[in-house]
Design a protein around this ligand. Structure first.
Ligand code: CP3
Length: 358
């Protein structure tokens, strides 16, 4: 229970990520900068998704929108996990009602066309966005006092990014990716290694630009059986954590091995992440009872309960908050805010967690 740095004083999220049991817990929501906000939808008409990510003015504004409205404890960079393959030269489009579409990587020659040396230059605007955000958050933003909001960077974990790269877009099964892992293990290992190295460089650049903690999204980790999970989820995350900590000893890292089930605690132990983000299906009470006391937990209210709102949401939210009592816990959802969620429900959720009567 130490606070490494007194400048974390007002930042409840950063204090929690440093292992302090802060009460009530800090709160932010995955996909808090998103379609559920009318002010976000207004920007969608002005520029396509990639342009929004790559224009510092717009990306800064979109990151701050939920902070202005709800004064969350964390601001997550407006960007996407697929910016990395796109920056290496893979074609990427975001298509309305369909999601991302990429030209699939299926062979040695497809892999050889990716160029990790382009990433730093192509993602320079993202780093500019982060430094603007750090400046913006040193002033009050809406009801959030100056220096109270922690700035979060992120990346997709190698396996989840490879899912989109190999399958070429969204899927429920990512069968092509899993097939490649089994039938062409050496090709797949090289893809994962390439992503692991570039993820370290990109997250390092984010930290240098101002991100105070970073999150690694492994949204499809749970598709893999245990042996493959250790090889393509745990091993790359362990390398990423070690390399980032070697370069930036104080940085805090949140890992999200979604749908990992019973493997989640092994993931936390073996990778060395500071915080384990739990998905909706995880029993946070049971995990809190088994997790080592130094492991920070994040999560895991069902996003559907926020769509429902009212008493059902409050009851569930307070149960999640209670499960984390007495330890370092970051209140969040088990997956992203759903686009049809009424913004007032999110306001009520934040007030409930902070004990403010609505
Ligand atoms: O508010 C935030 O959380 C910050 C920004 C953020 C986005 N994507 C913006 C986004 C973050 C952290 C992500 C992560 C991401 N992106 C993940 C991992 C988390 C998860 O949800 O499992 C994944 C798998 C992706 C890939 C991705 N990006 C998909 C599958 C889609 C299409 C589905 C959808 O929700 O539209 C996107 C598009 C995307 N990323 C949008 C946003 C705000 C919607 C784009 C739009 O406005 O049209």
């Amino acid at each position: 229970m130490t606070v490494e740095n007194t400048t974390h004083q007002g930042r409840r999220l950063l204090r929690t990520l440093n292992g302090e049991a802060v009460w009530p817990p800090p709160v932010w929501l995955m996909r808090q900068a998103g379609r559920f906000l009318p002010e976000f939808r207004a920007f969608r008409e002005k520029a396509n998704f990639l342009t929004r990510c790559m224009t510092p003015d717009i990306a800064t504004e979109l990151t701050l929108q939920p902070i202005r409205r709800f004064a969350m404890d964390g601001a997550i960079l407006f960007s996407d996990i697929l910016i990395l393959p796109w920056a290496m030269g893979q074609s990427l489009d975001f298509i309305e009602n369909k999601g991302p579409v990429l030209e699939p990587i299926r062979s040695e020659s497809d892999l050889a066309r990716l160029n990790p040396r382009r990433v730093a230059e192509v993602t320079a605007p993202v780093m500019e966005t982060l430094s603007r955000l750090r400046r913006a958050l040193s002033e009050p933003v809406g009801a959030a006092p100056a220096n109270s909001v922690t700035l979060l960077g992120f990346a997709g974990a190698p396996f989840t990014v490879s899912c989109y790269m190999v399958d070429g877009g969204s899927s429920r099964e990512f069968a092509q990716t899993r097939l490649m892992a089994f039938s062409e293990p050496s090709l797949f290992d090289r893809l994962i290694a390439l992503l692991t190295e570039s993820t370290v460089d990109m997250l390092s650049a984010q930290i240098e630009a101002g991100a105070q903690a970073v999150m690694l999204f492994d949204s499809w980790a749970g598709l893999l059986p245990p042996t493959e999970f250790r090889r393509h989820v745990i091993a790359p995350a362990r390398q990423i954590v070690a390399a980032l900590k070697a370069r930036h000893p104080c940085v805090k890292i949140i890992g999200f091995p979604r749908l990992a089930g019973i493997m989640a605690l092994e993931y936390a132990r073996e990778t060395g992440v500071d915080a384990l983000a739990l998905d909706t299906g995880a029993d946070i009470k049971a995990i809190a009872a088994q997790a080592p006391p130094g492991l920070v937990l994040q999560g895991n209210l069902d996003p559907i309960s926020v769509l429902a709102g009212g008493e059902a949401m409050r009851r569930e939210a307070l149960a999640v908050r209670e499960a984390g009592r007495g330890r370092a816990h970051v209140f969040n959802l088990g997956h992203g805010v759903l686009p049809t969620t009424p913004p007032e429900h999110v306001g009520e959720l934040i007030a409930t967690i902070r004990n403010i009567d609505t």
